[in-house]
Design a protein around this ligand. Structure first.
Ligand SMILES: [Zn+2]
Length: 453
């Protein structure tokens, strides 16, 4: 097997022992001396299948592994796609991490950009290059998702969960998204109700449509709450089309049905009242922080309707609800430009709400909800707020977010029995957060991904 290395990171050396088709037992006596390494240009595209799990194993030496909130120098082994701390006999091959800092891959807990296959190869390459391996898409056309079969959720690609169409009220968000897409030719009239969203106005609608919702096999259920404290008024107001959502009184019924089907529920929110309604109804995730985009005009003259209280945070913490950030949009407003007032008001609101949630111990996850982001700009904005230490932000992005997306999987940690997926960084991200950019090596499900485009 020819092994390709990214030449711009000569410090990492891959040392191979017997790379023939020998079993671990057969090569137990052939220690990896006389090893060779080769360098290729950084532009080369290759997925080097090193110890791909199928009966092969790998020793990982000289790495510093993130365990909790510190790095520990240990040798780890990859056996059948999982991490081990010991291995009987000689491994098939040895990867010298040369002092690199090993962290779990990052997560993006709110993005809709993993959808139609037109540009998906480049998108997946970008996610992998940035070290973001786990993605949650909280609203997608079922037909787009079908077209992605084989592209995602494979050992060498990103892993994605999909909500399919979200549940909203008549004329509710995201109807505007569908209308815009129909105008641009990206969707047809058939893609609206029953596909990209489900219009549900009462308990009868929910009972009648629920079997069809489940028949599309969502990975989780998305509900839309927008200014739910004004639900009755907005329902009758044609000017509020696209700026209203599900009747908040129906959410607990949705949660009950979803949980009976072993599905989690994520709630879109705009205001603190939406957040309160979502928590009270028993949702598992809140897909935004209140005021993430300001008011309906994307301004913030009055932060009060979007400000969380300590009681809100305590209730969310008690119910183990995960709150997804989606705050990075504020970072696109120039602090010295025309929107500087809005920028400062949003920064202040986001700092305050994040602090309130963290003080109460609420579980958070990084999500950008931005088509051209993959959570990298989102964490950069979170870092700029000064609410998180570098260590806390690394843990949020690499440990807590992947676990929030895939709570049933051994991701977001690097212990014995966990999935053999990780990033090797050139410098210590706990000392300097920018080191999360210094990815020199990526392993996914026991396969080494090298020299991504
Ligand atoms: Zn969204």
């Amino acid at each position: 097997m020819k092994v390709l290395l990214a030449g711009h990171f000569a410090a990492l050396r891959l040392i191979f022992g017997a790379l023939g088709a020998l079993s671990a037992t057969a090569c137990a006596r052939s220690a990896p001396d006389g090893a060779t390494s080769a360098a290729v240009p950084a532009t080369a595209v290759s997925t080097a299948r090193v110890s791909a799990g199928a009966g092969r194993n790998l020793a990982l030496v000289n790495g510093r592994w993130l365990v909790g909130d510190r790095f520990v120098s240990v040798t780890r082994y990859v056996v059948d796609g999982t991490l081990r701390d010991r291995f009987r006999g000689a491994p098939d091959s040895t990867l010298d991490l040369n002092g690199g800092f090993v962290v779990p891959p990052f997560g993006e807990a709110h993005n809709h950009n993993v959808e139609a296959p037109a540009r998906v190869d480049a998108l997946i390459a970008r996610y992998l290059r940035d070290g973001v391996f786990y993605v949650e898409n909280p609203n997608v056309l079922p037909r787009s998702r079908t077209a992605l079969a084989g592209k995602v959720n494979t050992p060498t690609s990103i892993d994605v969960i999909f909500a399919n169409g979200g549940l909203t009220g008549s004329g509710g968000h995201p109807i505007g998204v569908v209308r815009r897409n129909i105008a641009h030719g990206g969707m047809t009239a058939e893609d609206g109700d029953g596909q990209f969203y489900w219009e549900i106005d009462n308990a009868g609608d929910l009972a009648r449509r629920w079997p069809a919702i489940l028949a599309q096999h969502p990975d989780f259920i998305k509900v839309y709450l927008l200014y739910s404290e004004e639900y009755e008024r907005r329902r009758a107001d044609t000017a509020a089309v696209g700026w209203r959502g599900l009747n908040p009184a129906l959410v607990s019924d949705v949660v009950r049905r979803a949980h009976a089907a072993s599905l989690r529920v994520a709630a879109h929110v705009e205001t603190a009242a939406d957040f309160r309604a979502a928590i009270a109804a028993g949702v598992d995730q809140v897909a935004h922080m209140p005021g993430f985009r300001g008011d309906e005009r994307v301004q913030l003259p009055d932060p009060a309707p979007y400000t969380l209280t300590d009681a809100d945070a305590r209730n969310a913490a008690r119910r183990r609800v995960v709150v997804v950030t989606t705050l990075g949009g504020a970072g696109e407003l120039d602090p010295a430009g025309a929107d500087s007032l809005t920028r400062r008001a949003l920064d202040a609101l986001h700092r305050r709400n994040l602090s309130t949630l963290r003080r109460a111990g609420v579980r958070l996850a990084v999500g950008s909800d931005t088509y051209r982001d993959d959570s990298k700009a989102e964490v950069r904005y979170l870092h700029s707020l000064g609410v998180f230490s570098d260590t806390a932000l690394v843990q949020l992005w690499s440990q807590e977010t992947p676990r929030a997306i895939f709570p049933g999987r051994a991701v977001g940690r690097l212990g014995v029995g966990d999935e053999a997926s990780f990033l090797v960084l050139a410098c210590d991200p706990l000392a300097r957060f920018a080191c999360t950019d210094s990815i020199r090596w990526r392993m996914k499900d026991g396969r080494l991904l090298s020299a991504l485009p």
